[in-house]
Each structure stands twice: as structure tokens, then as C-alpha cells.
Design a binder for this molecule. Structure first.
Ligand code: SF4
Length: 619
């Protein structure tokens, strides 16, 4: 095994070769490895080198699972570099929705897209799909995609020219590839897995699984194993069914709405007795009523036909209610909870099957820049610390970062007063005024983001300011990114844990200072109560650290690392919240954030002079 020969660059950065070697050994020996390396370390290139070397030696394939499309883009970039050095077949696959050429003709909501595609394919209405078996171009596209993995817009462009479905090109390429780069869904969601494992005969025993940004895994499983529905959504589904002339479905949905309203009104507290709710439906409506309704709504072709015949938008709320009812009537692990006008189905132990699942692979490598302490992280994703190995990459990139923790501010709920917001915005304005390059400001929530950005923009009027909004599409996010890059000294306002604080790179001098405002502790919710109760029953001592504190600190540290992408980087990180100043938080800080640390109650004038002094020395 010659790691140098496979590595895509002329030479390794400090620590990269050791990480590649460790990943190689773990993959060959069939271990589960937790590997930590800081932002800007170049871990993707190192891990790919180790995993692909092991794959070649053991006759395995590599599945590289990423949380976001941006992260997939980065891995695809590294993959094509590797392919140029040492040819191998690789493929990347997003969701059908991302690829669909047919949906360009009409607006199709993502929730009802599955119907849309199935309906068009099964009724021979999609010429892009029909062409898959008819054109030679299809095989050529698959071959080209395997030899040099294209970015998704490029695959879509080539497929459009040949008039074939890009998803089918990606799917066939995936079946033949030595390495698959996919979103988490294909690796962990049983509903999406068949596209990667069964239909393509990818044997998990002969697969090396790499999970990028693995600190997100518990949250991903939580989303996968929970569902919510509101009374408003149920009444919206009634209206959709009436509009589609689905009389029986509309009547049943109205009955469902009445019962759910009664349940909300009758019960105190957040926990509901799921069995007695199911029994109530049986008693009032008949034995199989709920199951039949769930099936009809979630699989109904009536609504799909209706939308085509009446030229209406595909109804998304009918499907949403149907999927909730399917889970309510079938998922025995979930408990039923309520708050306000919302029902939730929650798995109190969302990662219960994760360890068994990962053990089906020859080897699993979980990567992150922030998994410290690794034993808590391992337990948070259902793994037994004694059965996994942890590796902390040494050889941090030589970065010059000053970290400033301001203990005079806080976004604790009780302290969120106009005076506190004014204090915070004065400090953010001081950072912006004393930084001649770009600045990133990361808030704990959209509400705080809106308040702070509005106040700061009144105090600083000569800078290009752009802001992340809730629920941005990919194209809208690209617009925000482009707007930020349109000036060298722009200011970006975004949320911690959002799309701009992970997976988005602000390279070079594009962002000189980062301000992390507040600690993004998850708000208390019945979902969290249920998980706390489950961890307590299991004897977990660190449940608060695992479920609340660590995820919030990780979000903050991830945001802080956005501008550190390569060795030699200089910059400042400001944490505006007294909770970052306590000893426990400082201990959990990655070491690169502790090298030059200033802690204190720092008025704007002190912040400005700390910043100016840093830039006069390192600018
Ligand atoms: S087969 Fe492809 S192009 Fe046709 S509807 Fe499905 S995803 Fe869209």
C-alpha cells in the first residue's frame, strides 16, 4: 500500500499521512473508527486516500455519506483529483427531486414528488425515463460519469442534451462504482437505502462506510424517526381532498380532525397514551378504519390523477397526514406527544439500531472536526465506546487565530432584553469596524439573527450586509453566497448549525473575523423530554451534555472554524456569551481556539483595540 502514490496532492500536510494510514488500517482490520481533525486540516483528501487504498486491497467499495449537498460537492472535487492521479470508478447521487428534468414544466412540491415521478413513469408520461432503455447515449453518459465524477449541474446538463433522466444515469453509475458519494439518506434511511444497497447489490459486508460530519448523526436519526402534524395541516388536507373531489377521503379527514381536536382539548401534559388514541379510532370508526385511511392518503393515486385531470398542484398535506397516520398505526417504538396544536411521534431512543446497522459494514469511519469527548459522542450515536477506536489527528495546520470570549453578554432566554441586544450589537459593530476583510456573524436562532442584524445595520452603514433566511433553497443560498462574495469586506449574518455555518467554505481572505453570538441550546420540547427520560432509564450520566450542551458548543465551534480552511490562515473569533468563558466550555474548545485566548467583560472599545492590535501584527 503506497499512500503517497494515491494521494491527490504533491505532498501531505502535517498529520494527513498519519490520518490516511489510520483510516487504511481501520478499514483493513474491520474496525469502527471515530476520527477527529480540525477544519482546514484537509481530512477529506486524507480519508479518501486511506479508504480507497484499503478498498483496493480488500476488494471492497467505499460509501462516503455526507450531510449536505455542499459537502458532497467538496468530496466530489477531491474524488476527481484522485481519479486524475489514479483512475477508479466513482459516482455521486442526490435525490430524484434534485435531478428531475420533467418537473421543470410545473411546480411540484418536494413532499409530493415521489407520487409525481411514479405517476409519470408508470403511465409512460416521462420521455426522459423512456429514453433510458432506448438510447446509446445513456451508456456513454454512465461510462463518462464513472471515469470522472461530474458535479451535479454538469450531469444534469449532459443528460438533458441526451434527453435521459439524470437520476437514472447516476443510479446506474452508482451500481458500478468503487466509491459512492451520497447524502446521509441513502446510507441511513431505510426508505432510501434500496437505491444504494439492494437494487445495486452493494453488499454491506464488502463496503467501507465513511460518515462525514458525523456529529450530526444523532440529529439525523432523530429527524428520521420522528414525525409531526398540526391541526392546521389536517384541516388543510380536508380542503385539498375537497378540491380534488375526493369525497370519502374528505369525510374521513374531517372525522380525524374532530377526534384529534378532542384529544388535544381533553389531555393535560405533553405525553399521550398512543394505544388509547388508537383504541378510540377503532371504537368510533371501526377496526381497520385508521389503517385504510393511512394507506389511501399515503399511496392514493386518486390525488395524483386528480391533480393531472384538474390541472392542480399536487396536494402535499394529504400525503403528509397519510404518512403520519402510517407511522401512528405501525411504528410500535414511537410514543405520541402533543404541544400547542401539534402532535408528535417520537422515538425516545432514535439511535437504538445504529450500532447494529454500522456493524453490518466491513468497517465504519466516523469523521468530524468536533467529537471531543469521543466517548460521549460514541454513546450519542448508539455505539459502545469500548467497541470503537478514537483517533485525534495531530499536526494542526499552522493557523494564527485569536479567540476572544466576551463574558459581558449572553443570549440566555431570561436575559434577552432590548438592552442586552443593544449591547451585543454594539460589540458586533465594533468587530466589523475593526476588520477590513469580510465578517461572519452567527446567531443562535433566526429570531436573534433578525434582531441583531437589524440593529447592527443601523450602526454600520458602509458595508455590504447579507443575511441568511429560513428555508432557503439551494439556488437562493447560492445567491446569498454570491452577494457576500461581491465585496471584499461584506458581512454575513447566519445561524449556527445552518447551511452557512457548516459545509460552506469562506476561503482565503474572504472572512477575517467570525462572531459567534450566544449558545444555541436546543429549546425544551416534548421530543427532548422523551429522549432525556430514555437516557435516564438507561443510566446515562451525561445526558445534558450529550443532548444539549455539546451539540450547542459544536455548532458554535463549527461556525468559528468557517474561515479556517488552510494552513497559514490568520483571523479572529469572538464568542459573545458568558457561557463560553467557563472552565468546562473552555476545556471542550478545540485546541486551535485556545492558543491565543482572551476572556473578559469587553466593551466595544476593548473589542476594537484587541482586533486592531491583532491585524496590525498579522494583517
Ligand atoms: S424518471 Fe427522472 S425525469 Fe422522469 S419524472 Fe422521474 S425523476 Fe423526473
Amino acid at each position: 500500500m503506497d499512500l503517497e502514490a494515491r494521494f491527490a496532492y504533491q505532498s501531505f500536510r502535517p498529520g494527513q499521512k498519519e490520518l490516511a494510514q489510520r483510516v487504511y488500517e481501520a478499514c483493513v482490520d474491520g474496525e469502527t473508527l471515530i476520527a477527529e481533525a480540525m477544519s482546514g486540516f484537509g481530512k477529506t483528501a486524507a480519508v479518501l486516500t486511506g479508504a480507497l487504498s484499503a478498498a483496493e486491497e480488500t476488494g471492497c467499495r467505499v460509501v462516503y455519506a455526507c450531510r449536505t449537498k455542499r459537502q458532497i460537492d467538496r468530496v466530489v472535487e477531491e474524488t476527481t483529483r484522485l481519479q486524475a492521479r489514479h483512475p477508479f470508478k466513482a459516482a455521486s447521487m442526490l435525490s430524484k427531486f434534485d435531478y428531475c428534468l420533467l418537473r421543470r414544466r410545473r411546480a411540484v412540491p418536494q413532499e409530493s414528488f415521489g407520487w409525481y415521478c411514479t405517476f409519470n413513469v408508470s403511465n409512460n408520461l416521462c420521455s426522459y425515463f423512456l429514453n433510458v432503455t432506448l438510447t446509446e447515449d445513456f451508456d456513454r453518459l454512465v461510462k463518462e460519469a464513472l471515469a470522472r465524477t461530474p458535479h451535479h449541474p454538469e450531469l444534469i446538463r449532459r443528460s438533458e442534451l441526451a434527453h435521459v433522466c439524470p437520476y437514472e444515469v447516476a443510479r446506474l453509475a452508482m451500481a458500478q462504482a468503487t466509491m459512492a458519494v451520497v447524502p446521509y439518506q441513502y446510507a441511513f434511511d431505510p426508505r432510501a437505502m434500496p437505491a444504494l444497497f439492494d437494487r445495486n447489490s452493494l453488499d454491506r459486508r464488502k463496503t467501507l462506510l465513511v460518515v462525514d460530519e458525523a456529529h450530526n448523526l444523532r440529529e439525523f436519526y432523530r429527524g428520521l424517526n420522528s414525525a409531526t402534524i398540526t391541526l392546521d395541516q389536517i384541516s388543510g388536507a380536508v380542503r385539498e381532498a375537497e378540491a380534488m373531489l375526493m369525497e370519502e377521503a374528505a369525510k374521513s379527514l374531517s372525522a380525524l380532525q374532530r377526534t384529534m381536536e378532542q384529544v388535544i382539548a381533553e389531555r393535560q401534559g405533553w405525553l399521550l397514551d398512543r394505544d388509547s388514541v388508537l383504541e378510540r379510532f377503532r371504537r368510533d370508526q371501526g377496526t381497520a378504519w385508521l389503517q385504510n385511511l393511512a394507506f389511501e392518503l399515503s399511496a392514493s393515486s386518486g390525488a395524483a390523477w386528480g391533480s393531472v385531470v384538474y390541472g392542480r398542484k399536487l396536494p402535499s398535506l394529504i400525503l403528509r397526514v397519510g404518512e403520519f397516520l402510517v407511522r401512528l398505526s405501525t411504528s410500535s417504538r414511537s410514543i405520541l406527544v402533543k404541544w400547542d396544536n401539534t402532535f408528535g411521534l417520537v422515538d425516545p431512543d432514535p439511535v437504538s439500531g445504529a450500532a447494529d446497522y454500522m456493524s453490518e459494514f466491513r468497517s465504519s469511519v466516523l469523521l468530524s472536526a468536533t467529537v471531543n469527548p469521543s466517548s460521549v459522542f460514541a454513546r450519542s450515536v448508539g455505539l459502545k465506546p469500548e467497541k470503537v477506536r478514537a483517533y485525534h489527528a495531530s499536526g494542526e495546520p499552522l493557523v494564527t487565530v485569536r479567540t476572544v470570549v466576551d463574558t459581558g453578554t449572553s443570549t440566555r432566554y431570561k436575559l434577552r432584553t432590548p438592552e442586552m441586544f443593544s449591547k451585543i450589537s454594539d460589540r458586533v459593530a465594533a468587530v466589523i469596524r475593526s476588520t477590513s476583510t469580510g465578517v461572519g456573524v452567527f446567531a443562535p436562532s433566526y429570531a436573534v439573527l433578525a434582531a441583531i442584524s437589524e440593529m447592527v445595520s443601523k450602526k454600520v452603514t458602509d458595508r455590504n450586509m447579507v443575511s441568511e433566511a429560513r428555508g432557503l433553497s439551494n439556488d437562493q443560498a447560492t445567491d446569498v453566497f454570491d452577494a457576500y462574495r461581491s465585496a471584499d469586506d461584506s458581512v454575513l449574518f447566519a445561524v449556527q448549525g445552518g447551511r452557512f455555518s457548516e459545509g460552506e467554505d469562506f476561503d482565503g481572505g474572504a472572512m477575517g473575523s467570525i462572531v459567534v453570538v450566544g449558545l444555541a441550546l436546543p429549546p425544551p420540547s416534548p421530543m427532548m423530554y422523551a429522549e432525556y427520560a430514555s437516557l435516564k432509564r438507561a443510566g446515562e450520566q451525561d445526558s445534558y451534555l450529550m443532548l444539549s450542551r455539546l451539540p450547542a458548543l459544536r455548532r458554535a465551534f463549527q461556525a468559528a472554524g468557517r474561515h479556517v480552511r488552510r494552513p497559514g490562515k490568520r483571523g479572529l473569533v469572538f464568542f459573545l456569551d458568558e457561557r463560553f468563558g467557563n472552565a468546562a466550555a473552555r476545556e471542550l474548545m478545540p485546541s486551535w481556539l485556545r492558543k491565543d485566548l482572551v476572556v473578559g467583560d469587553l466593551p466595544p472599545s476593548s473589542i476594537e483595540s484587541l482586533s486592531r492590535e491583532f491585524w496590525s501584527r498579522h494583517g
